[in-house]
Design a protein around this ligand. Structure first.
Ligand SMILES: [Fe+2]
Length: 195
């Protein structure tokens, strides 16, 4: 008798740690906290965001801070590597922006439209920071209630962000803060879309 276990339809996520040095993270945090920015409708509460379809944050950071030389190229390479494993060639970074969340703020669940691959680069986070919550895209899981949750039945996955973490995921996956409020002083993340 021969048995074969086949795990159908997985979702690819890359999780890197220590993508940037503490000095680089500090430079980005200083920038994000000091520049003027607006609001993003994905957030509830005290936040600021530089989101726009035409925002090129990582290119601008690299231009303005010598310590961040190579930032755009380095992050692009990681996203291209993800894309190749995922099945896409010719991927390019399209836009990037920062989000600052203050205590009590919530990131609503959302998808990144008009994008194939997205990245979240955590610039400043601690144990009080809200998690990155990714929803299982299988809509039929709500019909069952297993005795034991397994990799086949988890309704979501959560990452407790640490400064320097980079998480790459498909832009279509619904994500947010899991309906939990951020409790850290300034939770700073750079978001990147690539297509
Ligand atoms: Fe997002």
């Amino acid at each position: 008798m021969e048995k074969q276990v086949i795990k159908l339809f997985p979702t690819l996520v890359h999780h890197y740690r220590e993508v940037l040095s503490p000095v680089q993270l500090a430079a980005i945090a200083t920038h994000c906290l000091s520049v003027e920015a607006g609001q993003h409708r994905a957030f509830i509460g005290d936040t600021k965001s530089s989101f726009s379809r035409n925002s090129h944050l990582i290119e601008n950071l690299e231009t303005n801070y010598p310590v961040l030389k190579g930032l755009h190229n380095g992050l692009s390479k990681l996203m291209i590597g993800y894309a190749l494993e995922y099945g896409f060639e010719g991927i390019q970074v399209k836009n990037s922006w920062f989000n600052v969340q203050r205590p009590g703020s919530v990131l609503k669940h959302h998808v990144h439209t008009d994008s194939k691959i997205s990245a979240a680069l955590f610039v400043q986070a601690d144990a009080q920071s809200s998690k990155l919550h990714l929803e299982n895209p299988n809509p039929f899981l709500n019909y069952i209630r297993p005795e034991n949750f397994t990799e086949y039945t988890f309704e979501y996955a959560q990452f407790q962000p640490v400064a320097g973490d980079l998480i790459l995921f498909p832009s279509w996956i619904k994500h947010g803060s899991g309906f939990e409020a951020n409790l850290s002083k300034d939770r700073i993340v750079i978001s990147i879309n690539a297509s």
